[in-house]
Design a protein around this ligand. Structure first.
Ligand code: E4P
Length: 220
């Protein structure tokens, strides 16, 4: 399973990259807006930090304009994946851009039917939003399971990028469901490290070490 960091914040990217576990980055217009830097500049800085697929989202809403904007975004760096919303225009743009050889991430996917449309349009990634479905009382993880099964049934090449993951359990359940990638904010990956028995075990190892060797030093 690949891990993508869902952020446009450079400090978070640098910290998580140093762990050596980040395979790519997803951004969206809200995340870019938070950083207060023009999209092109911020995306370029992100590409300098992480060597992997970097999703950059179009803000145009009409297919022709999305295609033009997507081509421009792809010029920023070879690792850019053009992100388009799962609308009629987005799917039209995905079909055209995919045929031109660009990688496209179809985002804002909330149903298995929508995921089928993305696969048919040649999407490189589809991004089903787990957390936002949970927010409205639906079962976000069930959507991941459905899409993985449907894509396997027909050997679709589109990769399932489980998005809007908000907790460590979301990451684990996406992995169990067979999602190719999970994208989550820094704090979710940071939380994956935590286990009280790891802390307790390490504390004991160090105490035992110091007890044995500090005493030996004293004896010598
Ligand atoms: C990723 O591509 C999405 O933009 C992101 O995961 C959305 O997450 P959110 O629902 O927590 O904003």
């Amino acid at each position: 399973m690949k891990f993508f960091l869902d952020t446009a914040n450079l400090d978070e990217l640098k910290k998580a990259s140093a762990w050596g576990i980040i395979d790519g980055v997803t951004t969206n217009p809200s995340l870019i807006a938070k950083e207060g830097v023009p999209i092109e500049e911020q995306i370029r800085r992100i590409c300098d930090i992480v060597d992997g697929d970097i999703s950059a989202e179009v803000v145009a809403v009409e297919a022709g304009a999305m295609i033009r904007e997507g081509r421009e975004l792809a010029r920023i760096h070879k690792n850019i994946v053009i992100k388009v919303p799962l609308t009629r225009d987005g799917i039209k743009a995905c079909s055209a851009l995919s045929k031109e050889g660009y990688k496209v991430n179809v985002t804002l996917c909330f149903s298995a039917g929508q995921a089928l449309l993305a696969a048919k349009a040649g999407a490189y990634f589809v991004s089903p939003f787990v957390g936002r479905l949970d927010d409205i009382g639906a079962d976000g993880m069930e959507l991941i399971r459905q899409i993985v099964t449907i894509y396997q049934n027909y050997s679709f090449k589109t990769q399932v990028l489980a998005a809007s993951l908000r907790t460590p359990n979301h990451v684990i359940d996406s992995a169990l469901a067979g999602a190719h990638i999970g994208t989550a904010p820094f704090k979710v990956f940071d939380s994956l490290f935590n286990h009280p028995l790891t802390d307790k075990g390490l504390d004991q190892f160090l105490k035992d070490h110091h007890k044995a060797f500090d005493q030996q030093t004293v004896a010598v």
